[in-house]
Each structure stands twice: as C-alpha cells, then as structure tokens.
Ligand binder design. Structure first.
Ligand code: ADQ
Length: 468
C-alpha cells in the first residue's frame, strides 16, 4: 500500500495539541495510518528560515517541519495567503491587498517547501496537499522531477471567474492549481466555479465529471465535503457536559438558556452582523430578555493584519453597545471571549446550548455546525441556525437557514428556535445527525484518497484531450 504524505501550511505537532487542535487534524486522523508523513511549516520564524527540516515522531507518524524567515512569513503567509487569497476566496474584493513582491514570496516559499520535501519522498507515495497557502506545491514538486500522484484539497470556497480574475496573477495561480492529479472542493458550487475559471482563463473545457487535461496530464476536480468524527465528538460531548467547565457554565446561567457561537475571529465568520442581530433579537422579542444568554467564543487569529485588528475593535464596540443597552445587574445578554477553548470543553458547551448561531458571510464548510449537531442530546436536541453561505448549508437543509446579512431574519430564527416544540426539534435533528454521521471524516478521506490512488497519470489520452 502506498504511504500517505500530507502537506499543509501548519503542521499540528503532537507536542502542541490542546486548544489549537483544529479541524484538519481531526478530519485526517483516520487517513494518517502508522508510517504516514505530515510535512509543512513549524509555526516558527527563525533567521535562517527553511534551512533545516525538523523531524518528530508520535504514534508511528512522522512530522517533518521547516521554519520560515521573517521576510517569508510576511510575504507568503501574512500578505499574500491571508491578505490577498483569503479575502478573494471569500468574495471580499474590497479587502484584497495584492503586491507583486508578496506573490513572488508565496511562490518562493512553495519552492522551498518542495525542495525540503523531495528528499523525504518515496516513489509510490500519495501526496495530499491542503489549502490555499500551497496551491503551487504540485508545480514546484513536478519541476524537481516528482512523478507521484499529487492531490489538493481546498478548504475555502472557490469563486466564480468574475471574482477570481480580479486577482493579479490569477491565470498563473490557476495554471498551478491544475498541476494536481485531483483537486477537491467541499461543494458542487465551488467545483463549478473552479471549472468555469478553467474554461474561461485556460481555454480548456472540462467534461461533466470535472475531468480535463492540463500540461499533458489529466486533472480531475471532485466534490468531497469535509466531515467530523461524529461518534467520537458525541461521546466527548456527553462526557464533557458532566465535567467541571460545563458545570461552571451551567451554574453561571442559573435557569437561563444558552445560545452559542464558536468561530475564529475572522471577518468571513460574520461576527459583526451576528452581534447586531443579537441586539435586534432582544429588541424585537423582549420576552426573551433575561431568559437566554449568548456565549460567543472567538479565537483570535491573524492579528498581524489590519483587517483583523479593525474587526476586533469593531466587535468590542458592538458587544459594549449591546450589553450596555440590554444588560441587567443580574444578566448579561452577550458573553464574549476572544480566545480558543479546548475541544472537549466546547463539545460540552455545545450540548448545553439550546441554539447554535453559525452565520458566516462565507465559509468553505464550517465544522462548528456539524460539531453542534453531533453534540446534541437526541431526546432534547437544540436548534442550529446556519448561514446559507456556509458550505455546510448544502448538507444541512433542516437547520434554520438564514441570510447572515439580514439581522431581522437571524433574530426571527433565534425566536423560532427557542419556541420550537420538542417534536420538531427532534425531527430536524434526526435528519441533520444522519447527514453528519454519513458525510463524516472517514468518508472525506476515503473518497479523496480513492480518487487519488486511481488517478490516471498517463500522458494525454485521446478521450481526455482538451476540446477548445
Ligand atoms: P476554519 O475557518 O478554521 O477552517 P471551522 O470549520 O469553523 O473553520 O473550524 C475548524 C475547527 O476549529 C473546528 O473543529 C472548530 O471547533 C474549531 N474552532 C473554531 N473556533 C474555535 C474557537 N474559538 N475555539 C476553539 N476551537 C475553535 C477552514 C475553513 C472552513 C472549513 C475548515 C475545514 O474556513 O470553512 O470548514 O477549514 O475544511
């Protein structure tokens, strides 16, 4: 059997797990068999940058990491990946800040990563690259003579041509994305957008299965929604709901209900709009005052970027206004904390919450929505409010689907969720839960790796020749 090599920007090192253990480590846990290799950035900045590869082993998995120099960190990670690509892929052209020297830095770091990875590779390794930081990895590996099957999964949305081509150097970036054997997206819409960009910008016309030929090699675009380990999360939730943190939260609420939001502190997550909507909820439905508190956990993220610093100030202001207006001496409507919370603690909090408010303005998938569903008590489940612009909305139509820009609609959904009878809550939850269990982390990995293992690496065959 081929060895799996995972490549991602940040490697979740076993020594650093805890509050930070995020979606990727969980989603891939199943695929990482003993012997697998995980390669990427160490998360450290050092004067020499990527000169040395650090190797750690845990549970028979090898973690190989490189450092970044300060200059590379700024151009590759802060400025291009998070200052240009992230806003672009979340439809936020107003925040796109492109500088050609940052794009050069992005390409250079991908080249460095490829050069550091090549000596660790074996001829039949399956290489699975993750996310927008590393789009040019396949091209760089190919330039160094790597002929292995290489797949790429994009965790963000993909945008239609009229948005994508606003990025200077977009054709170069897209041509690089087409150097993979398999390119995976969460939803049909994202794959459609990618294929439209391919057709428009590269003059190549993919078939109805998302296949086309680029640079003499077949490429296949697939739909593969990321999932969670629903059973494990559910168990964690049951256990944690009896633990200390959950007890303290319950005690602090008294007889009031809990609504919860859990996100990275990112403008894509729609937190400003959500906080305004929470104020609107207490204004439009005064009967819920003193009956429910909203807890928003917002882990600080990408604080080097001005857009994130501005967002934090704006959120501080809205929280202050909302609490100033509606608080009573014995009740705070909106509890807001700007740090990560441990995964098992969160699972327990999700189980306590009558409502989850998941209202990103755009989100590749949103695993919080799935985690909330998995954490519920089947006999007395809570209600999920979900943005129509999260990838998860495609799979979870039985949630209360809202437009995250519409404060009144979110407020109404909160009221609806709190007033919903038990029979309806159970019925909706059963459908949601079925989906979360079916489209789980195991299925996500198996589907991708099956496609990758079977990828046709032969040079152009007549049936796949580009029709232009
Ligand atoms: P993220 O934007 O980070 O991921 P999301 O899917 O919501 O978004 O969360 C990933 C993980 O982080 C989840 O397990 C969640 O519980 C955890 N998390 C989020 N906020 C947290 C907090 N405040 N404290 C502790 N843990 C927190 C990107 C894409 C998403 C896509 C994932 C996976 O932006 O759209 O769902 O990758 O593909």
């Amino acid at each position: 059997m081929s060895r799996l090599v995972v490549v991602s920007n940040r490697v979740p090192l076993p020594s650093e797990r805890g509050a930070k253990a995020g979606g990727l480590a969980v989603a891939l846990a199943d695929a990482l068999q003993p012997g697998s290799l995980w390669f990427g950035w160490s998360g450290r900045r050092s004067a020499r940058g990527g000169g040395t590869t650090h190797i750690q082993r845990a549970d028979s998995i090898t973690y190989a990491t490189v450092d970044l120099s300060e200059a590379d960190y700024n151009s590759f990670y802060v400025n291009f990946a998070n200052g240009a690509l992230w806003p672009l892929l979340h439809f936020r052209l107003g925040l796109l800040d492109f500088h050609v020297e940052d794009y050069a830095g992005y390409r250079a770091v991908n080249r460095q990563f490829a050069a550091a990875l090549v000596p660790l590779l074996r001829p039949d390794d399956l290489i699975w690259v993750h996310d927008y930081h590393l789009i040019p990895m396949a091209a760089e590996l190919r330039a160094l003579g790597v002929t292995n099957r290489i797949g790429f999964f994009l965790h963000t949305p993909f945008v239609p041509p009229e948005v994508f081509y606003a990025l200077p150097r977009a054709p170069d970036l897209l041509a690089n994305l087409c150097r993979y054997d398999v390119v995976g997206f969460h939803t049909r819409g994202y794959r459609r957008a990618f294929l439209d960009c391919v057709a428009q910008g590269l003059g190549v016309h993919p078939d109805s299965d998302g296949r086309f030929v680029w640079s003499g090699r077949p490429v296949r675009a697939i739909i593969d929604p990321v999932g969670i380990d629903a059973d494990a999360f559910s168990e964690q939730a049951v256990k944690a709901s009896r633990g200390n943190d959950a007890r303290m939260l319950r005690d602090s609420l008294g007889d009031k209900a809990l609504a919860i939001g859990v996100d990275r502190l990112d403008y894509s997550k729609g937190l400003s709009n959500r906080f305004v909507a929470i104020g609107r909820f207490f204004a439009n439905y005064p009967q819920h005052r003193k009956q429910i508190s909203v807890l928003q956990v917002a882990a600080r993220s990408r604080e080097d970027l001005g857009a994130y610093q501005r967002l934090r100030r704006e959120l501080d202001r809205i929280v202050g206004e909302t609490n100033g207006k509606y608080s009573e001496f014995d009740w705070t409507p909106l509890r807001y904390m700007t740090r990560a919370v441990k995964r098992d603690t969160l699972a327990g909090f999700f189980r306590l919450a009558r409502l989850a408010i998941v209202t990103p303005l755009r989100d590749g998938m949103n695993l919080v929505a799935k985690e909330y569903v998995a954490a519920q008590d089947p006999d007395d489940p809570g209600v999920l409010i979900l943005s129509r612009f999260a990838g998860a909305a495609d799979e979870l139509p039985e949630a209360l689907i809202v437009n995250p820009y519409d404060a009144d609609e979110i407020a109404e959904a909160m009221h609806h969720g709190l007033s919903m009878d038990l029979a309806e809550r159970r019925e909706r939850w059963r459908s949601l839960h079925k989906n979360v269990c079916t489209n789980n982390a195991h299925r996500f990995c198996t589907l991708f790796l099956t496609h990758l293992a079977r990828a046709d690496t032969q040079p152009e065959r007549p049936s796949l020749r580009a029709i232009s």
